[in-house]
Design a protein around this ligand. Structure first.
Ligand SMILES: Nc1nc2c(ncn2[C@@H]2O[C@H](COP(=O)(O)OP(=O)(O)O)[C@@H](O)[C@H]2O)c(=O)[nH]1
Ligand SMILES: [Mg+2]
Length: 282
């Protein structure tokens, strides 16, 4: 049974790492050599709605995000990675799939391959971004039409409301597939990374309340997560919900802009915290 109080502690610990600028973790990550013949042992999957920061997160894991980094554009198909995680205790060779977030044939096909037909990931990193999903240029006209139809102004606040609705639909889809893939399994885990926390660090507790079951007023997302964990019961060994950021940049849409609130490389602390958590769950 997932104890939401422990999940909350995990979130607060991440905040503590930012506050105290704790030292880097004993976990390191690198890309496996292209021709390596080692078998990968831990199938992982990164899921989440489009523009949440999944591809950037994986680039950061493999050390590709530094000054001058150009974030990837829209990911059409699944991205696969073979990655070595080295913790103080062990070395894990993971095969990771970063799945496309936007609905479509590629997404369905990739989801089928990763969590259909008896396949299942041992761990899922599910990226959410509290409504700050990036909207690619080709989707802007459609988004604009929807705002006009709803009589909403073209502001970040309106875009976030729509994104949050779609993020929830995406999570419902993923969790429904996971319930099937994870039935009759055990020791599987889920980390919900709340990406782009640099954009709303002042409001981080509200974001935590939104995602974490049993907090404050709760949300449809947190209630769904609670049901999901209930359905899986003991099979789901660990759940974590963590604030995350790895590439602070302003969020811009239409003529509206939200600045990054990080000034002191706080993202490094969040990144290191995520890495040490990965070292523990793998
Ligand atoms: N502020 C901020 N922006 C981010 C962060 N991570 C990614 N982004 C931006 O979000 C956009 C979408 O990221 P991407 O990884 O392509 O999303 P994906 O569709 O989930 O793979 C990119 O333009 C990134 O620059 C972050 O930690 N903070
Ligand atoms: Mg992507």
């Amino acid at each position: 049974m997932v104890r939401w109080n422990d999940v909350r502690e995990g979130w607060l610990a991440a905040e503590g790492v930012v506050r105290d600028s704790a030292p880097p973790p004993a976990t390191s990550v690198k890309q496996m050599r292209r021709l390596s013949l080692f078998r990968t042992t831990a199938p992982l999957t990164v899921t989440g709605y489009r523009g949440a920061g999944k591809s950037t997160l994986y680039d950061a894991l493999e050390g590709r995000v530094s000054l001058g980094y150009r974030p990837p554009g829209k990911s059409l198909g699944a991205e696969t990675h073979r990655t070595v995680f080295k913790t103080g205790r062990k070395k894990i060779r993971a095969e990771s799939w970063v799945l496309p977030g936007q609905p479509g044939e590629e997404r369905n096909e990739a989801l089928g391959r990763v969590m259909g037909d008896g396949n299942y990931p041992v761990g899922v990193v599910h990226a959410v971004s509290w409504g700050y999903n990036s909207v690619r240029a080709d989707e802007l006209p459609h988004l604009e039409d929807r705002l006009i139809a709803d009589g909403r102004p073209r502001t970040i606040a309106s875009v976030r409301d729509l994104n949050l609705k779609e993020e929830l639909q995406d999570f419902k889809d993923i969790s429904r597939r996971l319930v099937r893939a994870w039935s009759r399994r055990d020791k599987v885990w889920l980390i919900i990374v709340v990406t782009k926390s640099d954009l709303f660090w002042d409001d981080r507790r509200k974001a935590m309340e939104y995602y974490l079951p049993g907090e404050g007023a709760g949300s449809a997302f947190s209630r769904h997560l609670d049901d999901f964990a209930d359905t899986l019961g003991d099979a789901l060994e660990r759940v974590l919900i963590l604030p995350f950021s790895c590439f602070p940049e302003p969020y811009k849409i239409f003529h509206d802009e939200a600045p990054s609130q990080f000034v002191n490389r706080e993202q490094d602390a969040l990144f290191n915290n995520f890495l040490s958590v990965m070292g523990k769950v793998l």
